[in-house]
Unconditional design. Structure first.
Length: 300
């Protein structure tokens, strides 16, 4: 009898995401086993329990998924799991905390595609504002935008200190050059919008971070991306189904990318990476960069 495909799903949170479980089963995994409230120190032991119990052939049908809400912890867990492998006892590992990596990858790749289609250029030298940039999706998007050559700015409604703290942490850990900005007032937001080429909204669902008047201050704005699918729109004028269409009220003809258009790319990326683990037959180590590579393929 052939061995089943087992995906060990690990999170530091109290609960595993039902979204991730559904995606994993739909990608072909036979069983998804949850491990909750796991610490970084427990990862090597759990990893070696998974690899040594099935033999060299069984590890090809075994995977580890890392969830949670902390993008930095998820990447640390990914590194710890990889370091615990003892070839040929080696399994695939995929980190996607709260879907942040695949969502951020879809958002940035989608914006990049809109730029290329409308202006013939990528993200290089563009000034990108990331609203909600202190959260998991926002910080992941800022890292990807910076790595693609953008001048990426984390904007926080809680003020400059919070934004700069997040930017500094990302810079230290990932070798990028992010900056922070104060988004706590209408005047600050208008000043930021005056120099923006792209904006990403990754703030909490159901909260509008940019009004129509504030959007109109972006006189050189090219693309506006909003992952908020809960009314009201996070960016005024950007509809959930928008996929590279002009944003009403934009004084620069900016194109909008809405939550469901971004979500369609995100779904394909996460599903594809889960299937890649399932079908590759060799160990796969998948994180933020791999999610972005996959998203770019779906946009291209």
């Amino acid at each position: 009898m052939s061995k089943p495909y087992l995906l060990h799903m690990i999170t530091a949170a109290k609960n595993l995401s039902p979204f991730d479980v559904n995606m994993a089963y739909d990608a072909g995994w036979s069983a998804c086993i949850p491990y909750t409230q796991v610490t970084l120190e427990e990862i090597p032991g759990l990893t070696q329990d998974a690899i040594f119990s099935r033999g060299p052939k069984g590890v090809a049908r075994t995977g580890i998924f890392l969830g949670g809400r902390d993008v930095h912890l998820a990447l640390e867990m990914l590194a710890a799991a990889r370091a615990a492998m003892v070839p040929p006892f080696e399994v695939s590992v995929f980190a996607d905390p709260s879907g942040a990596f695949t969502t951020a990858a879809a958002m940035v790749a989608g914006a990049e595609g809109c730029l290329r289609g409308s202006h013939g250029s990528g993200l290089a030298a563009s000034r990108c504002l990331i609203f909600g940039g202190t959260g998991p999706v926002g910080s992941a998007a800022a890292i990807l935008a910076a790595r693609a050559g953008a001048d990426a700015v984390i904007v926080s409604h809680l003020g400059l200190v919070r934004a700069e703290e997040t930017a500094r942490l990302c810079n230290q850990r990932y070798g990028v050059r992010l900056s922070g900005a104060d988004g706590s007032s209408d005047a600050h937001i208008r000043d930021l919008m005056a120099g923006a080429d792209l904006i990403f909204n990754a703030a909490a669902a159901g909260v509008q971070v940019l009004s129509a008047d504030q959007l109109g201050a972006g006189r050189r704005l090219k693309v506006a991306c909003d992952v908020n699918a809960v009314p009201p729109a996070g960016i005024a004028g950007v509809g959930v189904m928008d996929n590279g269409v002009p944003v009403p009220g934009s004084t620069s003809g900016a194109l909008g990318l809405g939550a469901l258009a971004i979500g369609n790319i995100k779904y394909k990326v996460q599903q594809g990476l889960l299937r890649q683990m399932h079908e590759a037959g060799s160990p796969q180590y998948l994180g933020l960069d791999e999610a972005f590579e996959a998203a770019r393929r779906h946009v291209d």
